[in-house]
Design a protein. Structure first.
Length: 260
């Protein structure tokens, strides 16, 4: 089954589910296009007061399809950039949506999945959630605005640790730092997010939309950061480091980076 976005209405809350459990909800083209369209529709629908983004099964999202990225190295860089822009279109749609967006995270939110969670206005995370900036482990750089999101949300030393090492951070640590809003029992993140979304949807939605716009405008560099990330991601994808790291991932071995 190809990955898709499932769309469900729960009262005034629109629930968007990344659905490809076999890949732990890795992000494919159909999913990206479906999500962007769903956010565009939410903007136009006065019956929608909030949006909840979640993943099917026991994961939020494992991020980009590494196999597809590996094959994309043979494409022209302009084609690589077009692929990244599809994902960035999803991020922009989330940030442009005047309605509150809540991510309900169970299990891993890795790479681009972590970027999606950070692009939300609010995050509800299960106790077993893991937020992983996995790019460096496969010789790549950030996309989805994650470098900007981490830089503005975390102390620079922690942002550097996550982006340099590609490691993970648990939800309790992010909660302490104010990045995650609520940490809840395993299996309850979606229900908690929907209840929160319902409460927000019954509030002054126009005023909330204005507040969201003011928050976004206070950090005017995020959209510019998407462009910088796109440039660096394409460069990284075509560098020998990424070739070695991704090959090693599939061969289940430790990568060897040759220094000159």
């Amino acid at each position: 089954m190809a990955g898709r976005i499932d769309v469900e209405r729960k009262g005034r809350v629109l629930v968007l589910t990344m659905n490809d459990p076999t890949s732990r909800n890795a992000l494919g083209v159909e999913m990206m296009d479906g999500a962007r369209d769903a956010f565009d529709q939410a903007v136009q629908d006065p019956g929608v007061g909030a949006v909840v983004l979640t993943g099917a099964g026991d994961a939020f999202s494992s991020g980009g399809h590494l196999g597809r990225l590996y094959n994309h190295r043979t494409q022209a860089r302009s084609e690589n950039r077009n692929g990244i822009e599809r994902f960035h279109g999803w991020i922009r749609a989330m940030r442009d949506c005047p309605k509150p967006v809540i991510s309900a995270v169970e299990g891993p939110a890795a790479g681009a999945g972590f970027a999606l969670a950070l692009a939300s206005d609010l995050i509800v995370a299960a106790e077993d959630a893991q937020f992983i900036a996995a790019y460096a482990k496969v010789g790549l750089t950030a996309d989805g605005g994650i470098s900007g999101s981490l830089a503005r949300a975390l102390p620079p030393q922690l942002a550097a640790e996550l982006l340099f090492e590609g490691g993970g951070v648990d939800p309790q640590r992010l909660y302490t730092l104010g990045v995650v809003n609520k940490v809840v029992a395993k299996g309850t993140a979606l229900d908690t997010a929907v209840v929160w979304g319902e409460r927000l949807a019954e509030g002054p939605t126009v005023a909330i939309g204005r507040a969201k716009r003011l928050i976004e405008q206070a950090y005017t560099s995020l959209l510019a950061q998407l462009g910088r990330e796109s440039d660096q991601f394409v460069e990284a994808l075509h560098h020998p480091e990424a070739h070695e790291a991704i090959t090693a991932f599939f061969e289940k071995r430790t990568p060897v980076f040759h220094k000159r």
